[in-house]
Design a protein around this ligand. Structure first.
Ligand SMILES: [Zn+2]
Length: 573
């Protein structure tokens, strides 16, 4: 491709709207342009990279026997009503209405549609297992779109769905997917980890997220040397609870005028935060639940939502707290609390001589003891893990890293097939619901994640497998015939070798051309300059290392073709 025939609008200034490196560089290097909040045009350079990622994904899906299909973006509300998700998916689901007043969702995911296909087409166990996938535009009405294509409202995704007769068959495909994902991200030149995660709105019990390591990543991961890794949402840790050797003192109500926070109360009473029990009242679809946790820890609301069996939980309002506990916000406690379900985090196990709110203004209890002064209906793991907490598997402290989630795989079980009555017949002619799995990869997000990992102060530095071009030929002055002709000859020679080449044939100052080359980040640059050419040589510069070698111009094509092959080999999986 000749630069003068291409649309490659690079920017010198960093657009003010961009926060992360990938967002800045995708704008500056002319990959994307913003159309509206969270909605981007993909320009030619950006689309080339996106298509390369998509074709790696496609190759690896095909390799494990998944079949490519294409489902519509518009999915009828009736299917979402059948699964129950029309109501529970919330505001992230984009909804549209046609001229007849019928509702449709702009698909954020396709479990309902694919289950509908299968229940219509697959009847026998002999047709199983079966995996279908598509690479398609997805929609999500983000509250706060940000980081460019990382958290966009419209993006390209690969989503795959597998159907099985039993859990064992699902487990086999799940493992194959796990391996395919590992190959995909390795081939894209990414450093990544897989972590145990929460299944959120998709559902199912077992799920792994694939995270690309990035300081700007939105996801915090807790990981241990033993191999354990989990997202903040699901991470578990060992809880240190006292031995229970302490003798329970008499319950006493004390005045704590205006003291509402853990810090204020404990400082006033000359106690440690861990000697206090926080009582937080939640509104769970109109019912109130009091949740207890030790004063030095925080509640993980994702874990709590799971325990309560509802995604729709929120802290009760001050007004509701007054109604439920009889006391104002900041003074709640479990002692004497009636007609409210009380559950507790494991940190409250064996609670003895603790401080709690007294359910009246400006008062707390001291020496509160579990069993004598209050009871709970159950203990659960509700704690938000912190760095340095102890690994449940090996007893070592957990470390943390940040990442961008690029893929997630789920064992769904029969969640969708049962509710949508998608069944097959076994050998005995007996009907069973399909056992399902689903598997997503954010294609556009993977492009951004790759830039987060592969950039420096001058711009992007693409892994060759997903680079928009493999070689960048740069004559320093196209008005000098010898430079121009040599560059053209190398360009033609490389193209004949099947190499993807960008020729900067612009009549521009060399300084600008070099700056743009570094910004766009094609892995191998061939500079055809006057000084080297006087010695009959051209310069080959590796974008990542900055390493420069001079080659006889006659050997250039063969040499570069070899470098391209070697670079590609490094990313094979
Ligand atoms: Zn461990």
């Amino acid at each position: 491709m000749r630069w003068t025939d291409f649309l490659l609008p690079t920017l010198k200034e960093t657009p003010a709207e961009a926060e992360t490196q990938s967002h800045k560089l995708m704008l500056r290097a002319g990959l994307i342009r913003k159309l509206s909040s969270g909605i981007y045009n993909m320009l030619p350079l950006g689309l080339r990279v996106t298509q390369k990622v998509a074709s790696i994904v496609r190759e690896e899906m095909n390799r494990i026997g998944a079949l490519e299909i294409l489902m519509p973006v518009l999915s009828p509300a009736e299917l979402w009503e059948e699964s129950g998700r029309w109501g529970i998916y919330g505001k992230e689901l984009m909804r549209v209405r046609d001229r007849h007043g019928r509702f449709f969702a702009l698909g954020p995911t396709h479990e309902e549609i694919v289950t509908d296909i299968i229940r219509g087409e697959v009847r026998s166990y002999r047709q199983l297992p079966l995996t279908l996938y598509q690479i398609q535009t997805k929609f999500r009405d983000e509250v706060r779109p940000r980081f460019g294509v990382v958290r966009a409202r419209e993006f390209l995704m690969k989503d795959a769905y597998s159907f099985h007769r039993d859990e064992a068959s699902l487990a086999e495909t799940y493992d194959k997917m796990y391996e395919a994902y590992t190959r995909i991200f390795t081939r894209c030149g990414l450093r990544f980890g897989s972590v145990e995660a929460d299944s959120g709105a998709i559902g199912g019990d077992v799920t792994h997220e694939f995270m690309v390591f990035a300081e700007t990543g939105e996801s915090q991961v807790f990981a241990c040397d033993c191999g354990y890794a989990a997202t903040e949402d699901t991470a578990e840790c060992v809880i240190d609870v006292p031995e229970g050797s302490e003798e329970a003192q008499g319950l006493e109500k004390v005045e704590t005028p205006g003291m509402k926070t853990v810090e204020e109360v404990t400082a006033f009473l000359k106690k440690e935060p861990r000697q206090l029990i926080k009582t937080i009242v939640y509104n769970v679809e109109g019912e109130y639940v009091a949740v207890l946790i030790r004063g030095d820890r925080e509640i993980n609301e994702i874990k709590l939502a799971k325990v309560l069996g509802s995604p729709n939980i929120g802290m009760a309002t001050a007004e509701d707290i007054e109604k439920v506990t009889g006391g104002p916000l900041g003074f709640s406690g479990p002692v004497g609390l009636k007609d409210v379900r009380i559950i507790a985090d494991r940190t409250v196990t064996g609670a003895c001589n603790m401080v709690t709110g007294a359910n009246e203004a400006d008062a707390h209890y001291v020496n509160v003891t579990l069993g004598r002064d209050f009871e709970v209906t159950g203990f659960h793991d509700l704690v938000l893990v912190e760095a340095g907490d102890i690994c449940t598997r090996c007893g070592k402290p957990l470390g943390t890293w940040r990442g961008i989630e690029v893929g997630q795989i789920f064992k769904l079980g029969t969640k969708y097939s049962e509710i949508m009555k998608a069944t097959f017949l076994d050998e005995q002619g007996k009907e069973h619901p399909f056992v399902m799995g689903c598997y997503g990869i954010g294609v556009t997000r993977t492009v951004a994640a790759a830039i987060e990992q592969h950039n420096d102060k001058d711009g992007i530095s693409w892994p060759i497998s997903i680079a928009p071009f493999e070689v960048h030929v740069l004559p320093t002055n196209v008005t000098v015939p010898e430079l121009k002709d040599t560059a053209e000859a190398i360009y033609d020679g490389l193209m004949a070798e099947g190499i993807q080449v960008l020729l900067d044939d612009r009549d521009e100052r060399p300084g600008n051309k070099f700056k743009d080359a570094d910004l766009v980040g094609i892995p191998i640059r061939v500079t055809v300059g006057e000084k080297s050419l006087k010695e009959g040589k051209v310069e080959i510069r590796m974008r990542k290392s900055g390493e420069v070698t001079k080659i006889e111009k006659g050997d250039a094509v063969a040499h570069i073709a070899e470098v391209v092959r070697e670079e590609k080999k490094k990313l094979e999986a």
